[in-house]
Every structure is written in structure tokens, then in C-alpha cells.
Ligand binder design. Structure first.
Ligand SMILES: [Zn+2]
Length: 83
């Protein structure tokens, strides 16, 4: 194979790679920012993990709802406040 062909092939592969990765990123961003069709992610203030709202453990506090990944984290949060 001549060197020019290898160069062109490499360039084409690079372009294809960029198209594929760029496209995926845009798709993912749209999915999260989209309407209520996808589950909303909420951050657990104790362990900083993002959990889907539907699966989160909630706590009502001062008119606000705080979400946790598990009962364990909710207990920790309550315990910390009591200190
Ligand atoms: Zn947690």
C-alpha cells in the first residue's frame, strides 16, 4: 500500500471517530436535559451520588424535599443535624 493511501485512510478513520463520539455526546446531553420523559436525577447530600428521583428516599424539611440514595444516608443526614 502506498503511503498516501494510508494517510487518507487514517484521516477518514479520524473523521469517522470524531463524528461518532461527537454524536453520542450530543445525544446523551439531550436525553438528560429533555422533558419529563426521563427520570430526573437528584443528588444525595450525604454521599454525593446521583440517584433517579423515583428510586430515591425522600425527607421533607422546611418545606423542601431532600433526596437520598438509601435509608442509611437519610439516617446519617438526620444524625448529623442533631449534633
Ligand atoms: Zn447516599
Amino acid at each position: 500500500m502506498n503511503p498516501l493511501r494510508i494517510l487518507i485512510l487514517t484521516a477518514l478513520l479520524y473523521i469517522l471517530y470524531r463524528l461518532l463520539t461527537g454524536g453520542k455526546r450530543r445525544l446523551r446531553k439531550g436525553a438528560y436535559q429533555g422533558s419529563g420523559r426521563h427520570d430526573v436525577l437528584v443528588e444525595d447530600p450525604v454521599c454525593k451520588v446521583c440517584v433517579p428521583k423515583q428510586q430515591a428516599v425522600s425527607l421533607q424539611e422546611a418545606g423542601k424535599t431532600i433526596y437520598f440514595c438509601s435509608d442509611e444516608c437519610r439516617e446519617k443526614f438526620i444524625a448529623r443535624k442533631g449534633e
